[in-house]
Design a protein around this ligand. Sequence first.
Ligand code: HEC
Length: 102
Amino acid sequence: MRPLLIAVLLAAAPAGAQVPTGDVAAGHVIATTWCANCHVVDQSPTRAGDAVPSFPAIAAQKSTTVLSLEAFLQTPHLRMPNYQLSRKEIDDAAAYILSLRH
Ligand code: HEC
């Protein structure tokens, strides 16, 4: 995580930003379209030995928040293609991932 980016996001975030504002159903479509090539995106048994974390596993991490997901998805990732997701698509994908949290 880049501290500067997080600081910018925190400064820009409206109060209550920890509550997902995205559309979970739209986020599911994004996940199955753009993310399912690499990630397990549904509540299904995780594949043992998979180097890519499943979305339910990501959701289960205590460190995962709306802000951490949005920061991650706005940052080009070494092994993840840069999808250039729109702000709304990032919100939706973050809301979907967090909807998998038990
Ligand atoms: C080309 C394969 C690939 C695609 C497609 C992909 N990812 Fe990933 N993703 C990865 C890999 C590999 C990692 C693990 C990176 C690492 O931690 O080294 C990862 C990690 C993540 C993480 C961080 C997990 C954590 O531990 O915090 C998130 C969040 C994430 N991906 C979301 C997405 C979303 C949302 C999409 C679809 C828009 C997506 N990914 C598409 C390969 C992919």
